[in-house]
Design a protein around this ligand. Structure first.
Ligand SMILES: Cc1cc2nc3c(=O)[nH]c(=O)nc-3n(C[C@H](O)[C@H](O)[C@H](O)COP(=O)(O)O)c2cc1C
Length: 406
């Protein structure tokens, strides 16, 4: 794998995110799939935290569909071609990426590993791929920029009713050198995630006998929390005046998604943000067309990992019609359910320029901090290379619809 920015790196600044103990690092070498990292995350985390990462909305139909959609496609391999050298690099939104993969924004990572956002951002940089920091991160915009200087950084924003606050975050991302802004549009309100309700992991967060027992059952997790402190939503300091209490702030943010946010507002953001603009959460081809008309640079076909509208199509199902509508006008990325290197090939065969991965990085970081995050990326990279070689594909540009069983 060729690396981009990371290849030129000297020593990185100290990370706020603690390293995993040597025995954990070593045992990560025996995690052979994303699913095995998931099992380790489940073992390490209180049930409420694991379920918050792993779960989806209502019946979790869309969550399951995101993954099973790949099973419905077959790659038909070609043999007797020279696959001694495989090139997985692409140009993604104006800069090189060593894999057709970027890390999706996921909030509250600090509950899985202290300052896990920094750990994942550094792992992405080492692998030569972009990292998207969410608004609801547990490491601030500035901390991640400072501690992951060799990573291509994108900033993801929701539109909150407090527009001035939102625009302030976007300004901070610009000042800190983030190269792209992602606006997530599939959150006019939160999805109904019943695992969180059952685990008392709702907002505002309350300590209840159930979640206290749950937390106490994971002493390793508790001791990390005690040593490094309760995670805070660092970007949101000041969102509620006169408090730093994470629960109060998160609860207020939760009530602040702006259901009036519309296409005119999006056009204003296009005017205000001078760098690459990517719209996340597109499922309808007509919405994709409007995103292109506004002059955005990319879009992400996504159902938020099955966490918003249960019953929405899987991202893979929604992808082809969107590619057909706007594929020649802007860069179409997709996310949802990528767990294997061959899944990446299938998504690219249906026209995606690149994919994003959410939970694989959460499982990895919860299994062993930055080393676990690096392991997740290593596994996907190794599987992608191997699957390309087994399919007779020497470079990403050779992946198209013809490689699929028609
Ligand atoms: C725990 C968790 C938190 C998330 N937080 C955000 C977020 O803050 N902003 C956002 O745009 N998407 C968020 N997402 C959605 C991801 O960006 C992405 O769309 C999804 O995880 C992709 O599916 P995958 O997890 O199957 O890879 C979150 C997903 C998870 C699992």
């Amino acid at each position: 794998m060729t690396t981009s920015k990371s290849a030129t790196s000297t020593t990185l600044p100290k990370s706020s995110s603690p390293a995993a103990p040597a025995r954990v690092k070593q045992s990560l070498q025996q995690a052979y799939s994303i699913d095995e990292l998931r099992r380790r995350a489940r073992r390490n985390l209180p049930r409420a935290v694991f379920d918050f990462y792993d779960g989806g909305a209502e019946n979790e139909t869309t969550l399951r569909a995101n993954q099973s959609a790949y099973d419905g496609l077959n790659i038909v391999p070609r043999y007797l071609v020279d696959v001694s050298k495989i090139d997985t690099s692409i140009n993604l939104l104006g800069a090189p990426a060593s894999l057709p993969i970027a890390v999706a924004p996921t909030g509250a990572i600090g509950y899985g590993w202290p300052f896990g956002d920094v750990a994942i951002a550094r792992a992405a940089g080492a692998a030569g791929i972009p990292y998207a920091l969410p608004t609801s991160s547990t490491s601030s915009i500035e901390r991640v920029a400072r501690e992951a200087p060799n990573t291509r950084l994108w900033f993801q924003s929701y539109m909150l009713r407090k527009r001035d606050f939102t625009m302030g975050l976007i300004d901070r991302a610009r000042n800190a050198g983030y190269e792209a802004l992602i606006i997530t549009i599939d959150m006019p309100t939160g999805g109904k995630r019943e695992r969180d309700m059952r685990n008392d992991f709702g907002l505002p967060f309350r300590f209840t006998p159930r979640n206290m027992l749950d937390f106490a059952s994971k002493p390793g997790w508790v001791s990390r929390l005690l040593r490094h402190g309760m995670p805070t939503l660092e970007n949101m300091v000041g969102f509620v005046p006169d408090t730093l209490d994470t629960s109060t702030i998160a609860s207020s943010v939760g009530k602040n998604y702006d259901p009036t946010f519309n296409w005119n507002d999006l056009a204003k953001i296009r005017d205000a943000w001078p760098r690459r603009l990517i719209i996340k959460g597109v499922l309808h081809p007509q919405d994709a067309r409007r995103v292109a008309q506004i002059g955005c640079d990319g879009l992400i076909v996504s159902n938020h990992g099955g966490r918003q509208l249960d019953g929405a199509p899987s991202s893979l199902q929604a992808l082809p019609a969107i590619v057909q509508e706007v594929g020649s006008n802007l860069e179409v990325i997709m996310d949802g359910g990528i767990r294997r290197g061959s899944d990446v090939i299938k998504a690219l065969a249906l026209g995606a320029k690149a994919v994003m991965i959410g939970r694989p990085m959460l499982y990895g970081v919860s299994a062993g901090g930055q080393d676990g995050a690096e392991r997740a990326l290593f596994l996907l990279q190794e599987e992608l290379l191997r699957s390309m070689r087994l399919s007779g594909l020497a470079s990403i540009s050779e992946i198209d619809r013809d490689i699929l069983l028609q």
